[in-house]
Design a protein around this ligand. Structure first.
Ligand code: MN3
Length: 206
């Protein structure tokens, strides 16, 4: 059985940048839905003993799963489950970016943190439909911004995610209605740069 992480804070902990109702629905309805549907798909096929115990391993190797339906379930629901496990850990109000290897790499790559944010936002604004935009670490330590559609993610692509923004309408529509722009502005107040820096410093394993 693959599991959601426990929400690391109360529903209202991200106010005023992200409203409690959005957090609750996002976690209890959408995130739970990915968890339930993934486990159900595996059970229905009787594949409990044929899948890796780790969700990360399932996602990294989904293309090698022995059944088409299972590959789709791992990609869509497994992707949704792991992406949101990352998402809730990424969010924390008012964490300033400290000096770190990550900050140095961002400045080296985009000239300044402000310019990085501008480029990232531009990518996020231009993503068509539902998906995510990510800052990822490549095997050689360099950084790159990547877009993924639906619940695809950096793990599928062999990258390591450092930060990502959920661009499905369920993540912002209650508060921001059609404005992805104001959602993104609020998002920067919620990036836990300490978490991002720790993710960057982790040793890269395939
Ligand atoms: Mn979502």
């Amino acid at each position: 059985m693959y599991k959601r992480i426990e929400l690391p804070y109360s529903y209202d902990a991200l106010e005023p940048h992200m409203d409690a109702e959005t957090v609750k629905l996002h976690y209890e309805l959408h995130h739970k839905g990915y968890e339930d549907k993934l486990n159900k798909a595996i059970e229905l096929k009787g594949y409990e003993s044929k899948v890796p115990t780790s969700l990360l391993e399932l996602c990294k190797g989904y293309l090698r799963l022995p059944d088409e339906g299972l590959r789709i379930a791992a990609r869509e629901f497994g992707g949704g489950l792991i992406n949101h496990n990352f998402w809730w850990q990424l969010l924390k109000p008012n964490v300033e970016m400290k000096e770190s290897v990550l900050k140095g790499e961002i400045i080296k790559t985009w000239g300044s943190v402000e310019n990085f944010k501008a480029v990232f936002e531009k990518e996020a604004m231009s993503l068509f439909g539902s998906g995510w935009v990510w800052l990822v670490k490549r095997r050689n330590g360099s950084l790159k911004i990547v877009k993924t559609f639906n619940q695809d993610n950096p793990w599928f692509l062999g990258f390591y995610p450092i930060l990502g923004v959920d661009l499905w309408e369920h993540s912002y529509y209650l508060k921001h209605k059609g404005s992805r722009k104001t959602y993104l502005e609020s998002f920067w107040n919620l990036v836990n740069w300490d978490f991002c820096s720790e993710e960057y410093d982790k040793e890269y394993k395939r």
